[in-house]
Design a protein around this ligand. Sequence first.
Ligand SMILES: Cc1cc2nc3c(=O)[nH]c(=O)nc-3n(C[C@H](O)[C@H](O)[C@H](O)COP(=O)(O)OP(=O)(O)OC[C@H]3O[C@@H](n4cnc5c(N)ncnc54)[C@H](O)[C@@H]3O)c2cc1C
Length: 392
Amino acid sequence: MQVIVIGAGLGGLCLAQGLRRRGVGVAVYESDDSLTSRQQGYRIHIDEHGDRALAESLPERLHRLFRATAGLPRTSTPVFDHRLGRLAVLEPSDGGVHLAVDRLTLRRILLSGLSDVVRFGKRFTHYRVGAGDGVTAYFADGTTATGDVLVAADGVNSPVRRQYLPHARVVDTGLRQLYGKVPLTARTRELFLDDMFAVFTPIICPDGGFVGVAPVEFPESVTQAAARLAPEAVLDATQDYMTCAFGARRELLPPDDELRTMTGAELRALTLTAIEGWHPRVRAIIEHWDPSTVFALVLRTSVPIEPWPTTNVTLLGDAIHAMSPAGGIGANTALRDASTLATALAEAADGRPLVPALAEYEAAMTAYGFAAVRTSAANGHRLLGQDPLPAA
Ligand SMILES: Cc1cc2nc3c(=O)[nH]c(=O)nc-3n(C[C@H](O)[C@H](O)[C@H](O)COP(=O)(O)OP(=O)(O)OC[C@H]3O[C@@H](n4cnc5c(N)ncnc54)[C@H](O)[C@@H]3O)c2cc1C
């Protein structure tokens, strides 16, 4: 059994770890030249699904390293209005896992031990199903790779999905978000109220626009943790920070082409104009955005589709169920897919017929994945003014 994975994001790397742990052959092809080629966001909230998937997929010492680099934010979440009046305090219903991790640190941990498996600078263009059971992936550099199964782990713009399920739509939520970091020092910590060190604190203006803040506080130096627990993991020394985002409906912001070309300093100035009249503490937080970290994102969502006939091409994560960040569960769902799919593929490698094993994975994945898309869209509509999810 040889599995071809397109995309070395969180889901693709977790799948590769899970397959390797179960002794299944895997090769991952990633279009970026390295993990740091593009800005992709900073803090990721990991819940019990994400943590369990990582525990099931990573070698034990890498999972211990992941836990050692994960911050423990406060679990009760305040919701503020733009004048910092407390609208609500949300208590978690589950008492489950709530970890705040740095995306690049997690990706580096997921890449550890996979240098012979992951190939960077390989842009997938299309695939062809062979006369036998195999499937061949084609890359922009003219090379190909053939395996028994092709997995789309290539994110929201997935070229695999566009070819395989051309009727599956990804639509604009109507929201734009500008992301940046405030490095946490003794001085900048004072900008944040104690209860803003929660999983995610929304600050919402009734006239439109919201600011969200969320901490990443490393329990110990990540390089020390790696040296202690898994010396093969190459982690960047990185300091605590608060990730801060400003979001609004697209009508309140410049056109997307303009947003994409604006510098971090220009995006910060734009945000400060948009939040004129908000509480001075919120303005001070945005004033402390490190401009080199600020970038703009168009927020999109998948539209759930009906089941399709299973073949030896399958999908995971944002490639099939990209969702509004209002639920904070996109990455957790991608990791859960990866672990579930690794189990199905290992069973097939052990002799179970492949298509029924993949059909069982796809039935489970689409049930919880599309439910997460719907929940995230409903939260985004209620709290942030996102467009309602269109009918399938
Ligand atoms: C700013 C931000 C904050 C977020 N916060 C959270 C959070 O707190 N909690 C949470 O659960 N989720 C969060 N999410 C969502 C989460 O990041 C995604 O759901 C998750 O990354 C999906 O993982 P994935 O592996 O499916 O896709 P990705 O991580 O997007 O990986 C896809 C990979 O495929 C590669 N690729 C694309 N095209 C090709 C090609 N043609 N050939 C080869 N490779 C290709 C890409 O370069 C990329 O590396 C957040 C998202 C954003 C943008």
